[in-house]
Structures are given as C-alpha cells and as structure tokens.
Design a protein around this ligand. Sequence first.
Ligand code: AGP
Length: 628
Amino acid sequence: MCGIVGYVGAPGSGGALDVVVDGLARLEYRGYDSAGVALAGPGGLATRKKAGKLANLRALLEAAPLEPASTGIGHTRWATHGGPTDANAHPHLAGSGDDEVAVIHNGIIENFAALRAELEAKGVELASETDTEVAAHVLAGHVAAVRGEGLDGGEALAEALRRTCRRLEGAFTLLAVRSGDPSTVVGARRSSPLVVGLGEGETFLGSDVAAFIGRTRDALALGQDEVVTITAEGATITTFDGEPVEGSPFHVDWDVEAAEKGGYSSFMAKEIDEQPRAVADTLLGRSDAEGRLVLDEVRISTEELAAVDKVVVISCGTSSYAGQVAKYAVEHWCRIPVEVEYAHEFRYRDPVVDERTLVVSISQSGETMDTLMAVRHARELGARTVSICNTNGSTIPRESDAVLYTHAGPEIAVASTKAFLAQITACYLLGLYLGALRGTASPELVKEVLEDLHAMPAKVQEVLDGLERVREIARFMADSRSVLFLGRHVGYPVALEGALKLKELAYIHAEGFAAGELKHGPIALIDAGQPVFVVVPPPSSPHGLHGKVVSNIQEIRARGARTLVIAEEGDEGVVPFAEEVIRVPACPPLLMPLLTVVPLQVFAAELAAAKGLDVDQPRNLAKSVTVE
Ligand code: AGP
C-alpha cells in the first residue's frame, strides 16, 4: 500500500526533493495517511515527515525548507503497526555520525517484536511504534559493524542492508540512505513491490512505475530477496547473500498523460469511460485472421493444460467477482470443475490441490499480499499457476508459471472498474483457450465467441452513452441508507460487484444476493421503498432463467420494493414490475456482465459524488493491499 520513491541525481544537481515529492504525488492513489522525505547531502541526512496528505508535508517543507541535495527517499504510509501520526511517519532515523541512516518501508516485519526487545535490552530508545524504526536500528548497527570492518561508500550500506534483511521475517520493501554517503540509495525487496527506473545520469526506485514515468520509461524489475544499490550512473543488484544478479528490464508503455485525469472530474470517471478500450486492448493480438486464439504468453505446455482436471480461481474483492463470472464460462466451455475462492480463505482451508490443478490468480495490482501468498501456497502443493494481472512486472505474475496480462492501462482510482471488465475478458479468453486445447470447445464455437467478444467494446460504449437517467436516479437516492442487488447465473457476481461499488464509494450499506436465495431469508429485508437493483438475464437465457428472475421482481414489488431493473433492449417482460428499466444492448448471456455492471458502477460513483465524497480515494481503502 505504501508509496516508495528513491532518487540519485548527478552530483551537485540538487534536485532530489522535487523529484521525490513529485514521485510521491504520482503514488497518492495507493492510499496513505502520512508522508515524509529524507535527503542525503554534504551536511548529512535531513528529514521532514507529517501525518495526513502530501499537502501537509509540502506545507512543512515550506515552513522548514531542506538544503538542496541530489539524493533522497520519500514515503507515503498506510498505517499498519502504529497509528497515522508524525512520529510513526517514515523515514525513520537511527545511528549517529556517518553511520546514521534514514529508512522507509512497505510491508510488515513479522519478527519486529523480538528485534525490538533485543534493541531495548541494549538500551536503544525507540521513538515510534513502528516495525520500520526497529529495522532502521538493526540496519544502523550493521552499518557501524561493516564500516568497522573497513567497508565504506555505497557498498557499506548495501552489505549492512543485506545482513539486516537476513534477520528480518515477513514481507518488506526497504529503502535507506546513509549520512556519510550522499551518492547512494539502497533498496531491498521481499514479497513487496519495488522497481528501478533508469534515467540519463539519474536513477530511481519506486513501489511502482508511476513514481518515475515522468522522467524515464526504462525500468528493471527486481526478483525476490534482492538488494539494489543505485547511484547516478545506474543500478547493481545482489541476492540477500551478496550474489550478483541481473534485473529484468522492461519498457513502461504508459505515458504521463495516461496516468493523468485527462479532463475528467476524477480518475474513476475517466476509467469508467475507458472500459471499451480496456476490453478491446485485452483482446488485441490474441486471435488470428482465422479467428483462432493466440495466447502465446500462457507458457504452460498444452499437454499439462490438457491434463488439468480442476481449475481454482483465487483473488480478492472485485477481482474475485471476475473469478465468479469465469466459473460459469470456463465450466461451460471446458467441462471441468471451477472453484472460486477468496485468496485469504484458500490458503488456510487445506485445499485439495495437486499437479493437475490449474490455479488462476486474478489481480489488478499484482501485489495483493493475500493473493500472492495463496499463489505461493498453490505452487507448494504442486499446482500450475496462471496470473491474470494488469500490472507489468509486478510480483504475482513474476511468481506464476504463466501470465495473461489485461491491458486496461493504469487504474488509479482505488475502486476497480476498467480492470474488472478487462479481467472478465481475460477469463473468457483463458476459458476458450483451455476449451479449444481440451477439445470441449470446437473451433467454430471459439470463432463465434471471439466474434461476439470483439463486438463487446462497442456495446459497452452504447451502455455508457445512455446512462443519464442512472445518474439522475443516483442523485435522487443520495440519502439512501441501504440498497440491495439481485442477480442470477452470471448476473449474481454482477450483483455482488454492484453492492461492493456502492459500499466502497458511497459508504452505504449494500448487499448482493443470488435472486433464487431471496425466499430463503433475505426477502424479510424488503419493506416499503427499499431500493433493489435486479440484474435480469436476457430472455434468450437457458433454463427459463429470465422468467424466474421476473418472478423474483414481482415478489419484491408486491412487498413495496423500488425495483431498479437492468434488462436487455426489447425485454418487455420486466416492464410491468419495474419502477425503472435500465437498458443494455442484446448480447450472448455469458458475456452480459461486461454490460450490466456498467450502470451499477456509474450509479455508485454518481451517488458518491452527490454526497461530496472522494470517489478516487475512498476512506480506509488502498489501491493495493500489500499486507495480509
Ligand atoms: C476493488 O474495487 C477494490 N478496491 C478491491 O476489492 C480490489 O479488487 C481487491 O483489493 C483486489 O485487488 P487486486 O485486484 O489488485 O488484487
């Protein structure tokens, strides 16, 4: 969750503070509650840190300016150990003289209590409640020892950080600078994001590429348990044991504009409107002229995939609802069981997984700790793993056997929208790919579904162009205190996602139900005026699903509910029982989630805006939950 920036510019350039603070500003979307910087200059280390948003830090820097420096680190903190206070904000200082270090950290150091006890037994007084300050003191001790052994310059801090990392347990990204060495920043990563930016005569570190894409698009991804040393000339990387390693170079194809709002009132509004593009780009280049699938990046042999006898989808939040949509599609096309599991439950339920299980993780950020740990657990059990991910170079795809990147572009708003549609699209592609190689999906079927999928971006655009009434309803319902969402089949995960959007954007109680479950209890919630969204399957749906849901609408209407119905163009069966009908274009029933979720996203965002809430950074939430 935390935002991390490191920078080393040409000696004497003196621009570190602006680069670091600008980098933190580009990482604000990650969600945070305090911010701070440390500069390493000729006069040693200098830090400024403040609870609250970056504006508070900027005000402090105005009131108490720092001497110009060419090297620095910066941090936006999402509180884990210790509340969001000035004292707990990063960086944390430790040591003295040329051995003094400033440290910033993302993650959780699980053995910090034992380390804290060791330090306090040596008489060290800690100024904060954080695990980070404990790490800073451990590092300072190793710096003194290493320099006592004759090492100096950047290598002293790098070796001290390696020794420190070998003592730490848990998940962490650490950056550090040292008082006696104003030309080096070192960083370490274990299970937490850190990438290197390679500029001309300047080098960057960031928790993701947004920290430096305004200055360079050439990057290096780091592996697990690695320490990186950056200077103005570039980066050197070793393992925690000091073995030299090469980083994985990649080019960042997001430009600065793509990460800006582009004239929209919020990233949320921009990203909702980018959904047709997100679906189209995720399909791009993944089928040939004959309508056959081309998924070269799924680097698991066709023999292994053909032998798969079960698929398990692991993810969290909105991404788990994409997984629930995948269940219907993959089971239909592949005729093998698909289990959809919250990652944070999967890992602890002693799952039945072996080498014939394909575990598919879905993650926009690629850094969700719950999902990462579940992927690792699945691999320990022998499963092959595929990552569906939106963030190039992030940890989960790097630790999976194969990756199917979604191409939704940077999703800055904390609440996921375009990435969700891209995830569903990628799940359809993966399901067709598995069905084709297993022979359960004929070439004709694959071709037909691909044609249907390629028609979806235009249909999503059609939905987006007809939502003014939804916005009016949202503004009218701004005082609502509870809204229910019903759906069946693939409409059920859409109902769950619609409820989550309203909860996380407008802070209103909302609950999604399977429509068939209504009579088993939830119908007791229905009383006069209770707003209920109903996602209705198209009349062409099998098993009489459409009629069953129309009956559900009658049941709640008869008890006074306000029925807000999402239905296909031309579906007249819903009209007598709907207070409002929100139309979506006709499309194959399995692909409907790409359309029916959009009005629910817009409803939630508009209602939140009507309440004057921050739709990009809702309270208590972070864009990437990198702690368990
Ligand atoms: C989505 O609106 C939420 N912000 C949240 O549920 C999110 O989907 C979840 O934390 C998973 O994130 P990921 O896709 O980056 O793994």
